[in-house]
Every structure is written in C-alpha cells, then in structure tokens.
Design a protein around this ligand. Structure first.
Ligand code: NAD
Length: 296
C-alpha cells in the first residue's frame, strides 16, 4: 500500500518506520525538518507538504498532539484526497473532535477510523502497540494489515469514536491506579514495611494491577520500571494529565460521575505545576511522599 503519514513525532516516527519495514510505501510530512530528516533515514519518503505526502496514497494516517491539530489537518486532507481514501487518526483526542473528524471524512466519501494507541514510545518502536479502533467494520477490515505492521493487539471497539472512548476510559483507570499504588507504598514506608515485601504480597493478591507489576513506582521490585531510571518517561506527567482531562470532559458531556477520575486529574495537575510535566507519571509517588512529610 501507499500510505501518507502526517505527524512524525515520538510516536508517529517509529510507527511510520515499522510500516516501511512491513513493505509499504510511506510518504511522511511533519512541520519539523529534523523529524523529516530522521524519518527519511528510516526509509520514509520525506515530503515538503501535506499535499505531496497524500498524493497517490490509498490510506492516510495522522498522529498529532490534540483535537485541534487533527481537525485542522483533516480539513486540509478532505480538501486534497480523492473520495474513497481511507483516513485513520491514531492521536489521542477528545470525543467531540473525533466525531467531527469522522463527519468531515463522511462528507468527502472517505471511510475513516479513530485508532488511538497504548504502549508508549517503546511499543511504537517495537511494533507492539495496542490499537483501539472505532469505525465501520469494512474500514476496520481494510486497515488490518496496516495496524498489524505497527501493533500486536488490534481491537475493534465499535462505531465512530469508540476507539477514543476506550482509550480515555483505560487511561482513567491507569491514572487512578498509579496514585493508589503510590499511596500504598508511602503508607507502607510509614508502617515500616519494605518495598519488596509489599510488592511480593500485593503482586499476588487482590491489589495486583499493571501500575504495580509492570510499572512499579518504587525502584527495585520491577527493574525495568521508570522508577529505576530517575523517572525518565516512559509516559510523561503532561500526557497523563492530558488524558485525564479528556476523561473528565467526556464524563461531563456524557453525564457520568467519576469522582476518582476527577481527583486523579486534580493530583496530576498539581504534579505538573510542581515542575514534573516531563517526568514519568509514576513519579507522582514522590509528591505523595512529600505531602506525607517523608523523604525516601
Ligand atoms: P509529538 O509531539 O512527539 O508528535 C506530534 C507531531 O505532530 C510533532 O512532530 C509535530 O511537529 C507534528 N505536527 C503538529 N501539527 C502538524 C501539522 N499541522 N502538520 C504536520 N505535522 C504536525 O507527540 P507524540 O508523543 O508522538 O504523541 C502523538 C499522539 O499520540 C498524541 O495525541 C498523544 O497523546 C498520543 N500518545 C502518545 C504516547 C506517548 O507515549 N508519547 C502514548 C500514547 C498515545
């Protein structure tokens, strides 16, 4: 296939490179020249404009920061591509913008999918992302080889916007559970319990969760977690706050009550304000410890 790829940042760059590895022709565009050069080094044809990147493409993928970027790029896309071109947005964006993007595509006669990802920059590089996808069954089936080149788990969640809904709900669980695990370790410290002992018990008991067993926020028990690397991301505090805000916007407009999601958004806003936006989100344990008057 010939694929136009718009947005070659931390996630889009390695995703485009994996499409090249799978044998697709990939034409990339980004506002940043250094990122275009880097992508070119990985076999992506670096294009000087969006129009050049999408010319002759069967499918166009966008991987952009937020809803406003996606809507502005999709506006340009539907004015440029022929009807029938498959449009896929892999960014994490608000439900309203995702709905508008699908409507724009439908207006042009283009099938479209919202396909946000989980797995971070490591998963993007390794081609092991999880894709959560919203859109029509036929578009999902047509896009399967594309997702398989970039990910391991590919889940059709339902009609338009269902992928974004799944992403927002999943990351609300993640934000809340990381705070819960951090609080438990801080309380354990106060009670004289070693990190390893709490880990050994909770990881095989009812407190078991991904934030504990894969991403343990204290150094030691899970050697690959960011806690062992001075909380370098990983998944930055700024991105966690972004996703929690999206969950709260969605909860408000859908009329869902999510008190722990709201509290998690508030705590991550404080974490960011304290200068931790570029730290891994699991570093919130340090803030919780400081609030408890502790140091280590
Ligand atoms: P990023 O900022 O590194 O990349 C976004 C890229 O889009 C930038 O390179 C920027 O120059 C480009 N861009 C912006 N406007 C453009 C335009 N009009 N035309 C062309 N290019 C444009 O962000 P990222 O970390 O790659 O994240 C991308 C999306 O994936 C976000 O929605 C994010 O929430 C989501 N996400 C990120 C991660 C992660 O760990 N980084 C994990 C899961 C999901």
């Amino acid at each position: 296939m010939t694929i136009g790829f718009i947005g070659l940042g931390h996630m889009g760059g390695p995703m485009a490179a994996n499409l090249v590895k799978a044998g697709h022709t990939v034409k990339g565009f980004d506002l940043s020249q250094p990122l275009l050069d880097e992508a070119q080094g990985k076999g992506v044809a670096a294009c000087a404009s969006l129009a050049e990147a999408v010319s002759g493409a069967d499918t166009v993928i966008t991987m952009l920061p937020a809803g406003k970027h996606v809507l502005s790029v999709w506006q340009e896309l539907v004015a440029t591509v022929p009807s029938g071109t498959l449009l896929i947005d892999c960014s994490t964006i608000d439900i309203d913008s995702a709905r508008k993007a699908h409507e724009m595509a439908a207006g042009k006669g283009c099938p479209s999918l919202d396909a946000p990802v989980s797995g971070g920059t490591g998963g993007a590089a390794a081609g092991t992302l999880t894709f959560m996808i919203g859109g029509e069954q036929q578009a999902f089936a047509d896009a399967a080889p594309i997702f398989q080149a970039m990910g391991k788990k590919i889940i059709h969640c339902g009609g338009p916007t269902a992928g974004q809904a799944a992403k927002i709900c999943n990351n609300m669980i993640l934000g809340i559970s990381m705070i819960a695990v951090g609080e438990a370790f801080v309380l354990g410290e106060k009670l004289g319990l070693s990190h390893q002992a709490l880990y050994d018990v909770a990881s095989v008991s009812s407190g078991q969760c991904w934030s504990l067993t894969t991403y343990c926020p204290v150094p030691g028990p899970v050697p690959t977690s960011p806690a062992n690397n001075d909380y370098k991301p990983g998944f930055a505090g700024a991105l966690m706050l972004k996703d929690l805000k999206l969950s709260q916007e969605a909860a408000q407009s859908a009329g869902a009550t999510t008190p722990l999601g709201a509290k998690a958004a508030e705590l991550y806003a404080l974490f960011n304000e304290l200068g931790n936006a570029d730290k891994d989100f699991s570093g919130i344990i340090d803030m919780l410890r400081q609030q408890s008057g502790g140091t280590a």
